[in-house]
Structures are given as structure tokens and as C-alpha cells.
Ligand binder design. Sequence first.
Ligand code: DOR
Ligand code: ZN
Length: 424
Amino acid sequence: MSGILIKNGRVIDPANNIDANLDLHIVEGKIAQVGQNLVTENAETVDADGLLVTPGLIDIHVHLRDPGLEYKEDIVSGTQAAAAGGVTSLACMPNTQPIIDNLAICRYIISKAQEQGFANVFPIGSITKGLQGETLSEMGELKEGGCVGFSDDGLPVVSSELMRRGLEYADTFDAPIISHAEDLSLVGSGVMNEGPVATELGLKGIPWVAEDAMTARDIMLAEFTGGRLHMAHVSTRGSVELVRQAKARGVRVTCEATPHHFTLTDEAVHGYNTNAKMNPPLRSVADRDAVRAGLADGTIDAIATDHAPHHIDEKNVEFAMALNGIVGLETLLPLTLKLVEEAVIDLTQAIALMTCQPARIIGIERGTLGVGSVADIALIDPNLTWKLTPEKLHSKSKNTPFEGWNMKGAAMKTFLTGKVVYSR
Ligand code: DOR
Ligand code: ZN
């Protein structure tokens, strides 16, 4: 037995209730042994003294922009950014050009990622053909081809009837419907959160009820159909509470929150900062704190970045004209560890929110370090401090509101199927 022996690290594997100083032995891309003082013959040794050894992180909400918008990001640069952030698996949203609503695009993404990527890529198919909100896409075929869920992310499914059918249809092959919840009539021409900051800046607001109203509808449809619903990027006090109550009633609903929504508020928009513009928008302190409380009490199942790269020319414009979204893959880990530092969640919860819990939502066999599982692993230095500068980002796009921030925590090495895909 040769392979790789990761020694002296603190192994945190929430799926198996493990938090202990252990060695981990990788053979042929799989975890062969986990234990104390492992003795191996001819294994290459990696010293993880002072580091956390965790399952590779899993980000179930990423815009890879490939095919069609490769000037913002592509499968290679996006998965490089992932690896640098400790992320070994990601699910990519279908608002590419063309849309992921057919088998050819689904296959293109999977094969390009396998051939050239630095992370596992799991496509999410669209709920409706062409994201048009008119007819359902061929979900069965897409699931067969490797799609792990369905979403019209970027847009709500306006027709309640179609959302009902989507939930029913997707459930026949046990796939989640991932909802981007906003009532567009309430959003109107809003460009940031409705509130005092918007008033001060003279910008049109998006009220919280735009998210809450659609979240309530989708939960009711999930309750009615029995289908499986996942709420993307919850950002309001009300939507967290709606999910909390629905779970208590036994509705099959899960949800995710982004690092920006649990870290920032709409105050970040001051100065008309277009890198603080995204959808859903940054909200009030009460909303941000409700998202934190939802993470703490388990209402929120996963942390997902909504990594949404845009070219600088799409951000260096008047606030109202700027495109929505920020890059997130390379700040996921330090911003989540900050929650641990601030005692909002504990370290095990933090790792679970980025590994086994998101894995369960999209039904992939990842996010654990159990013997026999694929050796997707992150070696994390939780104490390393570094300053975020755009040049440090591996992503093609640099649209982040965290520029100049001092970050704490970084992936030192990322293993994908037992191979090092990133080393700091
Ligand atoms: O900020 C966002 N960016 N929100 C979305 O819903 C879509 C995304 C994008 O594709 O840029
Ligand atoms: Zn998104």
C-alpha cells in the first residue's frame, strides 16, 4: 500500500461525528484508513500539523458562465477558484448561453469539467425551457444526463401552476426544485433593499415582502404536492421564519444562505458600490441577524456562495445599470469561519454547512471522510490571515465587496480524488 498519508491534522468529519487528531490514508483516490498513528508502507507524507482536515467543501450555487459567457468565467477558471477556496464540488446554475435545458449542454459541462476542471461540477438544469417560464424542460432526460436539481435561478417561476407541475415532475426522480424567490411585481424597478439606505441614496428599493411572498407560495406548493423544495439564497427575516415553520410542519423544504447575506447589510451599498449589488439584495441588520440565527438553529441547511462573476465593464457603470452578483468561491471559507469566531455557530456546524449538508440536498455521495469515500479533501489553516486583493483571485472576474478585507482562514491544500489540485 502506497498512496498519501495526511498526518497530524485535526480531522473534522461531521457526517461521521468525528473531530479528533487523526491520520488519513489515501489510496487510489479513495480514503483507505482513518486512525491514530497509521503506519503505511511507502506512502507519501503530508504534514497537516496545525491544520484542519475536512471533506472538500461543496458549493451548491455557482454561476460558471460556461458555455456562452466565458469572458466572465469558464469551467477552468471557475473550478480553479473553487479549488483555491477549498471547494471540491460545485453545482452550476443553468443561466448560461445556451441554457442548461437540454442534454447536449449538460454533457458538455460534465465532460469539460472532467477533462479540464479542478473540481467536480454538477449541473443544475432549468425548470422551464429557455428560462422562459412557459413549459417545463425535459427534467427526466436531464437528470439521467447528470443534472442534480432544477432551477430557473435569476428568475422566479412566475406561474404557480407551472411551479406545481415542476415540483411534482422533479419529485418523480427525486430531484429538488431550487427556488429563486421573488415576486417581480413587488420588485418592480428596485435595485437595492428598500429602506433608509435606499432613501438616502435615492435608489429604488426592493422590499423584503417580494422575497417572503414568493417563499410562502413555494412552500405551500411543496406542501401541497409533497415535492422537494430548496430555497436558494434566503436573505430576509421572514423567509427564514417561513422555512423554520414549514420544517416544523414536516414540509420537504431545505434552504441555503450566502456569506454576503450573513456578513453584510445594505450599508455596503454606500458610495453606490456596484460590487454590493446582487439579487437578492443585501438587507437590513435585522435580516442579516435572522439569517445568522437560522444558521445557528439549523433552519438553514447549507452555505452556498451564489458565485456570480461579471466583467468589470458590467460593474463600472451607474448603480442602477450594473449587473447583479459577486464572486464568492474564494471567500466562502474565511467568511464562514468568521461566524465561528463570532460564536454564531461552532466549527463542526460550519464544516457541516459546507460539506455533508449541501451534499444531501443535491444527492451526491460527497462531503464525508468515511473509509471508502472519494478522497476530496481540504487542508485548512483556520488562523492564516491574508488580505483580499483582486490579483489574488483565481476567478476571471474580480467583482467582490470584500476587496481590502483582512481574511482569516484559508485552504492550504485541496485534494480532488486524492490528487492535489491546489496548494497555497
Ligand atoms: O446576484 C445574482 N446574480 N443573482 C441572481 O439571481 C443571478 C446571478 C447572476 O447570474 O449573475
Ligand atoms: Zn444564483
